[in-house]
Ligand binder design. Structure first.
Ligand code: ADP
Length: 344
């Protein structure tokens, strides 16, 4: 298969902050690759390095067999995380404007229909809802019918129906041969869309693979979540591993009674026996849910592992996983990462 997007050992340091610490990946033509990871993990920096809007300190990046800043912008679509086009242009005018930046462009009305906004063409950008605005931005990356699409959190703020429209669109583009690299915090999105997922932590890809393979390798077993304040000791009689989730350890919080006990390895047919156990002992519970492991569990497990490693072997990094200026920071604006068209 042909690698269309490649990164090898990318490193990028901002002052004391290590944003990328040797990130490597390879994405093939027509593949959808989802980058996941906590705020500050380096996802945006990696996308910027791959789209030629930041220069890595070391390592190499190649897109369509060229250095990212040399790739013909007609062949790329880039959606930055923070992108705010002129507020007083109507959706159709915006897409017409971006279409005008390319040698060959699609009909703006077709693109509007693709992103589910056929009826909103005449509405000023500022009068669209947040989710509609994001969909116009996704549309702006599609006017040149790009071969490679980089989408930094494409569906953030979009309602569930709009999100599905964008998902279907991305799937159709990929089946027609477009290569897509996207970042997301939505595990359902990664699970549904991605052929492969890469988990970034502290600037490096610590795991990558198909969603299924990652879940098999790192997802662990099924979870039966019981909402109860009962003492953990009360569950010792169960013959399953039982734990209190340790994730929401807030210093001021009552971590011993965070409200949930998780029982692992319970088969669906065995749930009734656990309920009987609770009833027999008069253990009060307010809810019970059973789930197979998914990407969410992989994410939490690996993010936890990274956190543990960091605690055991502290580095001189100045940031925690949330970073001093995480992905919500506005100071890195669209000026720094315009859609491909603006640099065409
Ligand atoms: P993510 O997209 O995963 O949230 P980022 O790539 O935005 O992560 O950031 C990785 C780290 O690099 C964070 O600690 C962030 O604060 C820092 N960082 C990113 N861009 C800049 C910048 N332009 N100047 C200084 N620090 C930056």
């Amino acid at each position: 298969m042909e690698a269309v997007v490649e990164a090898e050992g990318l490193e990028k340091v901002y002052g004391e902050t290590v944003a990328l610490s040797g990130a490597s990946l390879s994405v093939e033509r027509g593949e959808i690759f989802a980058l996941i990871g906590p705020n500050g993990a380096g996802k945006t920096t990696l996308v910027r390095a791959l789209t030629g809007t930041t220069e890595p300190d070391s390592g190499t990046a190649r897109v369509l067999e060229e250095s990212p800043d040399a790739v013909d912008r007609n062949r790329l679509g880039v959606l930055p995380q923070a992108f705010s086009p002129p507020a007083r242009l109507a959706a159709r005018e915006l897409l017409t404007y971006y279409a005008g930046l390319y040698d060959d462009a699609r009909d703006p009305d077709e693109v509007l229909a693709d992103v589910g906004l056929a009826d909103a063409g005449g509405t000023w950008y500022e009068d669209l809802s947040g989710g509609q605005q994001r969909r116009v931005c996704v549309g702006a990356t599609l006017v040149n019918d790009p071969e490679v699409l980089f989408l930094d959190e494409p569906t953030t703020g979009i309602d569930p129906a709009g999100r599905r429209t964008v998902w279907r669109l991305i799937e159709e583009l990929a089946s027609a041969g477009t290569t897509v690299v996207l970042t997301t915090h939505d595990m359902a999105e990664a699970e549904r869309l991605a052929d492969r997922v890469g988990l970034l932590a502290d600037g490096a890809l610590v795991a990558r693979g198909t969603p299924d393979a990652l879940v098999r390798e790192h997802g662990g077993s099924s979870r039966l979540r019981i909402e109860t304040d009962a003492d953990t000791g009360a569950f010792r009689g169960l013959e399953y591993p039982t734990e209190r989730p340790a994730r929401n350890r807030q210093r001021s919080d009552r971590s011993e009674t965070d409200g949930t006990v998780v029982v692992r390895n319970v088969e669906p047919t065995e749930i009734a026996a656990v309920v009987d156990y609770l009833e027999d002992r008069d253990l009060a519970y307010s809810g019970l849910s059973w789930s197979e492991p998914g990407l969410e569990e992989v994410y939490l497990e690996l993010a936890d592992e990274t956190e543990r490693d960091r605690t055991v072997a502290p580095t001189n990094r100045s940031e925690g996983s949330d970073g001093g200026r995480g992905s919500d920071d506005d100071s890195r604006t669209d000026d720094e990462l315009p859609p491909a068209g603006e640099t065409a």
